[in-house]
Design a protein around this ligand. Sequence first.
Ligand code: GTP
Length: 196
Amino acid sequence: MKNSGELILASTSSARKALMDGLGLPYRTEAPGVDEHVAASLSAEEAVRSLAARKARAVHERHPGAWVLGADQLVEVGRDVLGKPQDRDAARGQLQRLLGHTHAIHTGVCLVGPGGRLTEAVETTRLTFFPVPPEELERYLDTGEWEGCAGSYRVEGQGQALLAKLEGDRTNVQGLPMLSVVRLFRQAGFTFFTRP
Ligand SMILES: Nc1nc2c(ncn2[C@@H]2O[C@H](COP(=O)(O)OP(=O)(O)OP(=O)(O)O)[C@@H](O)[C@H]2O)c(=O)[nH]1
C-alpha cells in the first residue's frame, strides 16, 4: 500500500538526511527557513520540542497535503545549553565544557500530517567524555568534525574516541532519534519495505 501524500524532511542537516536515507521511505528535503530563537526561560527539552514543531509547521504550510518531519537539537551540560559553534574558538569552548564531564543531548522531532495533525517526541541521550589534554583537543578540532554539529563533535566519526559512556539512542546524538521517528511513522499509518 503506498503511503498517502509525499514525505518531506524539513532539514538542511546532512546527518538527518543520512539517517532518513537508511529508513528507505521515499522522501525529499526542504529547508525550514525559520527563526530559531526561543524564550530563554524555556528548558532545553521545551526549546527543541518548540523548534521541531516550528520547522515542521513552516514547511507544512507550504505543502498542506504532505507529511513533514522537523527536528531540533540542543546540548545541555550543567546549566549551559549549547547549539552549533560559530567557529573553531567556539567549538574549543564547547568541547572544554564537555571533556571529562557528562552531558545530555536533547532532540525534538515533530511529524505534521495532511490536515495539520501533529505528533511529536523529545529524546535524551547522555554521554560521558574522557578528559583529554589540550594538544589532543586541538588535534580533534583539526578534523573539522565540529562544523555544523551541536556540541562540536560527531559521535559516529572520530569523535567517538572522546566517548567514555553513552546511555540512550545513539542516532539521537547524530540528529534524529530513530526509535521515536519510527514510532511516529507507524502511529501515522506509514507502511515500510514497499516497492517505490
Ligand atoms: N553527523 C553528526 N551530526 C551531529 C552530531 N551531533 C549533532 N549533529 C548535528 O548538529 C545539528 C544540530 O543543529 P540543529 O539546529 O538541530 O539542526 P541544523 O543543523 O540547523 O539543521 P536543520 O534541521 O535544517 O535545522 C544537526 O544538523 C545534527 O545533525 C553528531 O554526533 N554527528
